[in-house]
Design a protein around this ligand. Structure first.
Ligand SMILES: [Fe+2]
Ligand SMILES: [Fe+2]
Length: 404
């Protein structure tokens, strides 16, 4: 089925340029164009729109106001802001109703990929309750500025590690945190990394970008979670699961993209817990109370009480942010007992990395010990494979790492 996308901009030249640039998408998208927010809302009142892409500075109703109206009146519609770079900085995080910012001028590839991946998230997470829940959250965290800048450089071509390192280095606080992290036991690097540029060379742009995202998400929830669970514990767990996923991927994957995706998905696999804790506080307290007193799994109790799980919520958010499909799918399925294929894939690695961390490092007397699901074990080669991975993880020396 064709997807419908509405572009809103007060400058006719920009709309003309978008129309011309996106002509190759005519078979997949129905594209609508509006010269103002008011015109955009009139169009949306008459027909369903899957995603809007709006300018920020417009006379009359400006972009933030338009997107806020879209959020209230059409919460299912995905909301993108397309703005000049300075606008983005001025507006910053004050615009809650935006799922993603794109910067003008935006390359065709970047725009198409960002929109398609965000719209795909709906298919990867088909649970309607997740969509309703996310649609009602006014203050979703937004992607950090450094992350957006790196994404823009990646869209232009193959940026040098120096260029990416320079972008990271401009954010002094972020680069200090990154260096602290990459020099920790979670990464187990043989030598000390002294500069962000060096970190990019050693770990690659995609890993650095995901570390930035992870640091940013945890930071943005620092004051918001009521801590029905411990934030430092979840941080330590996420870092270890990522390190474990990397160690398994090094044995199982030949392809660098697959390894990167496994690392990124593992690092972010539980972000849905943060979102739920911040936005469903009473229910979450009840959920964790049941988990503790009845010795049950968090995801099972969430499904029972909320009709959704943190895995689905996290995956949907990452999808809206345009993370790769393999990452979104792996996050969505990290508690699923059934494999999708018999092959080793990113989702399998993340599933087992999470279990191994629970088995080896997370000691919590009240939490149910999770056994690997037989179908998933069989799909990756049985208990012998699991034990081999476990031995690999035990040699990583992750246990003594202080949580952050
Ligand atoms: Fe989880
Ligand atoms: Fe987990």
């Amino acid at each position: 089925m064709k997807r419908t996308i509405l572009f809103v901009d007060d400058e006719p030249n920009i709309l003309m340029g978008l129309k011309r640039m996106l002509r190759p998408m005519r078979d997949k998208w129905d594209m609508l164009f509006a010269g103002s927010g008011a015109e955009g809302l009139t169009i949306m009142a008459a027909q369903h729109v899957d995603a809007v892409v709006s300018d920020m500075r417009m006379p009359g109703m400006d972009g933030p106001e338009f997107l806020r109206r879209v959020m209230k009146e059409h919460p299912d519609t995905i909301r993108f802001a397309l703005s000049g770079y300075s606008d983005q900085q001025i507006i910053g995080e004050s615009i809650a109703p935006t799922h993603q910012y794109l910067t003008k001028p935006c390359e065709e590839k970047q725009l198409v990929e960002a929109l398609e991946q965000a719209m795909d998230a709906r298919e990867l997470v088909p649970n309607k309750s997740v969509l309703d829940k996310i649609a009602r959250i006014e203050h979703l965290p937004v992607l950090p500025d450094v992350y957006n800048r790196i994404t823009n450089e990646l869209a232009k071509g193959d940026p040098s590690p120096k260029l990416i390192g320079d972008i990271v280095a401009r954010d002094v606080g972020m680069s200090a945190n990154i260096l602290k992290l990459v020099n920790s036991a979670y990464f187990g690097l043989p030598r000390h990394i002294a500069a962000p540029q060096q970190a990019v060379i050693v770990l690659g742009v995609n890993v650095i970008r995901s570390v930035i995202l992870s640091l940013h998400i945890f930071k943005s929830f620092e004051d918001r979670v009521r801590q029905s669970f411990s934030l430092p514990m979840l941080w330590g767990h996420s870092m270890r699961v990522a390190a474990i996923a990397r160690s398994i991927a090094a044995h199982e994957f030949k392809n660098k993209d697959d390894s990167d995706h496994a690392y990124i998905a593992a690092l972010l696999h539980d972000v849905g817990k943060l979102l739920l804790d911040a936005h469903c506080q009473n229910e979450c307290e009840r959920i964790y109370e049941i988990v503790r007193t009845e010795n049950r799994r968090v995801a099972d109790v969430e499904a029972e009480l909320l009709g959704l799980t943190h895995a689905e919520v996290g995956a949907y958010l990452l999808g809206l942010w345009g993370l790769p499909t393999a990452v979104v799918a792996a996050v969505a399925r990290h508690h699923d007992a059934k494999p999708t294929t018999r092959d080793m894939d990113v989702s399998a690695i993340v599933y087992f990395a999470n279990l191994l961390d629970h088995e080896i490092f997370v000691f919590h007397e009240h939490y149910a010990r999770i056994e690997p699901a037989p179908a998933r074990l069989e799909a990756v080669g049985g208990m012998a494979k699991y034990e081999a991975w476990k031995n690999g993880v035990l040699s990583l020396n992750l246990g003594g790492e202080e949580s952050q």
